[in-house]
Each structure stands twice: as structure tokens, then as C-alpha cells.
Ligand binder design. Structure first.
Ligand SMILES: Cc1cc2nc3c(=O)[nH]c(=O)nc-3n(C[C@H](O)[C@H](O)[C@H](O)COP(=O)(O)O)c2cc1C
Length: 352
């Protein structure tokens, strides 16, 4: 509760209440913290929980990850495991550096436990991230995922080459790669979830490192089923479900103004849909494609339900904004007590 009463209250007032100002301030503090080994060690003692599992051939100290978009450029990497995360996904990064959409582009919906964003893949580019990862010079201690997206200037028919350029620049640094074809904030990007585009993308990337596909919650079940068939044919290692939604169901009346902003909605209103998609993927593939469940996890119970729906791992973004590192620890502790993952196909407790 200290986080909510003191830290969060202060952060939410920063920059006249501008959500991105609070985000930038936090990242700067965490980047500074990342060079302070005694502070990192103290945090690790307070927050790191062991609940180990192996998924798509990678060993995770616990199944609670930082979702893509929080530390796009990997500026505060050592801080995340110290705050309890069992893996970190950086990015989404694009082949070309790009500024993203004009500000303001990040909006809090506090009564809904939600956020709307239209960042538009602001990032300093794959080469800069590769340089930063090479300079880290020490193991992170947890697996690193790298989320890849399409540069805005690249047309859809050049998308494969664009993702491949980023992948080649970063290949040696990632334990897995996420193909982000589901952000609502890059025009046309979600067309890459279609059969032809996605199989071409997987054809170019699958081979050396595990490649996961991150999907939108707004796809219909037949469209998800087709995407899963492509993932299975194309050798994807898993699915990340889900990205933000363009829908606005479940938003509290007090948050209507922020909800009217263009962009993707994350947080509590997304929880049921994200879990439904995870459950559908698990059922449809008979557990053959591991799922990272993400969307609206604001409590350990939310996470337990996500594991029960079939997720092997979970990720947080909005829940971390509202609840801080105590949430990461609470979910990892629940997982250590046996809150997941769900058994693979044929297991006795397959979700319904
Ligand atoms: C401000 C913001 C930026 C995001 N940027 C990315 C991104 O670059 N790549 C990506 O795959 N997902 C991105 N996401 C989506 C999250 O990774 C996550 O899928 C989504 O927010 C649902 O989880 P949550 O309800 O815990 O936030 C972003 C989310 C937010 C709120």
C-alpha cells in the first residue's frame, strides 16, 4: 500500500499529471539505480521470488515478466530483475529509429485501472539497442525477450526485410523474440497477422532463437484459429496474448474523456478478453503452443486465473503502473505455491 499512497501519488502528479512525464522520470530513476549494485542487491532481497519453470526451452526463475513497451530501449535493464521480474521483454524496437506519435499519447484511466496509449513505437532503433545490450557486459540473470516491430516508413510489402534487419542486429542478445504484429498504433501493422504476411515473416525469422507472435485481442476466433495454424506450420515457439484493445468496454464513467482518446486500451477492462484469448489458444492448439498471458493483471488472483486459462508465463504493464513491484512479488509467490502453469495437452486439469 505504501506504493499506492506515496510513490504512485507522487508519480501521478509529475509533469502536471502528464502520464508520459511520470514514465520518463521513473525510467531515468531506474536507469540510475541500474548502476548501483548495493541498491540492486537490496531490492533483489526484498522482491525476487523463485518459482522456476522452463518454457520453449528457456529457463525462467519465475513466470512473471515485464511486458513490452515499458523499457523500449532497454535503458534500465538490471533494475527489472531486482524488482522481482523473472524475465524482461524490451522493445518494441524497429529497424529505423523513430519518434512515435506526437504527444500527448499516453492517458491514465485511474477509476478503471487502465491506460490508453498511442505511442506509435517511439524507439531509438535496433542498432542502438544492440549497442546498449553489448555494453551491458554482464548477464541479466533472467531471460531477455526482444520485441520487434515494423518501422513506420517501411511499407507493408517491405515488412519482412524490416523485421529481419532488426532481428539480425539483435539476434545474439535475445533469449526469445516477439514478433509484434498487433499494435493498434502503427497504421496497417495488424494486417501482418494475416496468413500470407505472417507465414512470410515466420519463414524469415524462425530458426535459431524462439520466435513468439504477439496477437491482438480484437481478432475473431476464426482469425485467431487461422493465425495459430500459421504459427504451428511456421515453427513459432509460442504466442503472447494479448496486446492492447481498440475496444472501450468496461471503462468507468469517470474515465470517459480519456477513453475517447485514440489508441490501445490496457489494464483491468482488458482482463476478461485477454484471458479468453489465452484459453482459446490453449484449447485450439491442445497446449502445443506455449502462451504468455498478458492483459489486465492487477492482482495475484487475476494472474492465477490467467495461468488456469493455460498461460505458461505472464507479463505485466498496466498492473505495474498501478500496483508497483509488490504485485510482481505477490504473483511470483502465488506461482511458487502452485498457481501455474497449466498442464500441457492431455493434462487432467485442462481449462474450459
Ligand atoms: C504505454 C504502453 C506502451 C506499450 N508499448 C508496447 C510495445 O511497444 N510493444 C508491445 O508489444 N506492446 C506494447 N504495449 C502493450 C503491453 O505490452 C501489453 O500487451 C498490454 O498493455 C496489456 O497488458 P496490461 O493490461 O498489463 O498493460 C504497450 C502498452 C502500454 C500501456
Amino acid at each position: 500500500m505504501i506504493f499506492e499512497r506515496v510513490v504512485r501519488a507522487g508519480l501521478f502528479r509529475l509533469g502536471g499529471g502528464d502520464a508520459e512525464a511520470a514514465h520518463e522520470w521513473t525510467l531515468r530513476r531506474l536507469a540510475t539505480l541500474s548502476t548501483n549494485r548495493p541498491a540492486l542487491a537490496a531490492l533483489r532481497t526484498a522482491y525476487a521470488v523463485r518459482a522456476p519453470r522452463t518454457v520453449f526451452g528457456v529457463d525462467f526463475p519465475n513466470p512473471v515478466g515485464l511486458a513490452a513497451g515499458m523499457d523500449k530501449d532497454g535503458v534500465a535493464l538490471p533494475a527489472w530483475p531486482a524488482l522481482g521480474f523473472g524475465f524482461v521483454e524490451v522493445g518494441t524496437v524497429t529497424a529505423q529509429p523513430q519518434p512515435g506519435n506526437p504527444r500527448p499519447r499516453l492517458f491514465r484511466l485511474p477509476d478503471s485501472g487502465a491506460v490508453v496509449n498511442r505511442m506509435g513505437f517511439n524507439n531509438s532503433g535496433a542498432a542502438a539497442l544492440a549497442g546498449r545490450l553489448a555494453a551491458l557486459g554482464r548477464p541479466l540473470g533472467v531471460p531477455l525477450g526482444i520485441s520487434l516491430g515494423k518501422s513506420k516508413v517501411t511499407p507493408l510489402d517491405g515488412a519482412v526485410a524490416d523485421y529481419l534487419a532488426s532481428y539480425r542486429a539483435l539476434r545474439e542478445h535475445g533469449d526469445y523474440f516477439a514478433v509484434n504484429v498487433s499494435s493498434p498504433n502503427t497504421p496497417g501493422l495488424r494486417a501482418l497477422q494475416d496468413r500470407d504476411h505472417l507465414s512470410a515473416l515466420l519463414g524469415a525469422l524462425v530458426g535459431e532463437k524462439p520466435i513468439l507472435v504477439k496477437i491482438a485481442p480484437d481478432l475473431t476466433e476464426p482469425a485467431i484459429a487461422e493465425l495459430l495454424a500459421v504459427c504451428l506450420e511456421g515453427g513459432a515457439a509460442g504466442v503472447i496474448a494479448t496486446n492492447t484493445t481498440v475496444g472501450r468496454a468496461g471503462v468507468a464513467p469517470a474515465d470517459r474523456a480519456a477513453a475517447a482518446e485514440t489508441g490501445g486500451l490496457s489494464g483491468r477492462p482488458l482482463a476478461d478478453r485477454a484471458r479468453e484469448v489465452v484459453s482459446f489458444v490453449h484449447r485450439e492448439t491442445g497446449g502445443a503452443l506455449p502462451v504468455i498471458g498478458v492483459g489486465g493483471l492487477l492482482s495475484p488472483d487475476d494472474a492465477t486465473r490467467m495461468f488456469d486459462a493455460g498461460a505458461s508465463l505472464v507479463q505485466l504493464y498496466t498492473g505495474f503502473i498501478y500496483r508497483g513491484p509488490a504485485l510482481v512479488r505477490a504473483i511470483a509467490r502465488a506461482a511458487a505455491r502452485g498457481g501455474g502453469p497449466a498442464p500441457a495437452a492431455g493434462g487432467a486439469a485442462a481449462p474450459t
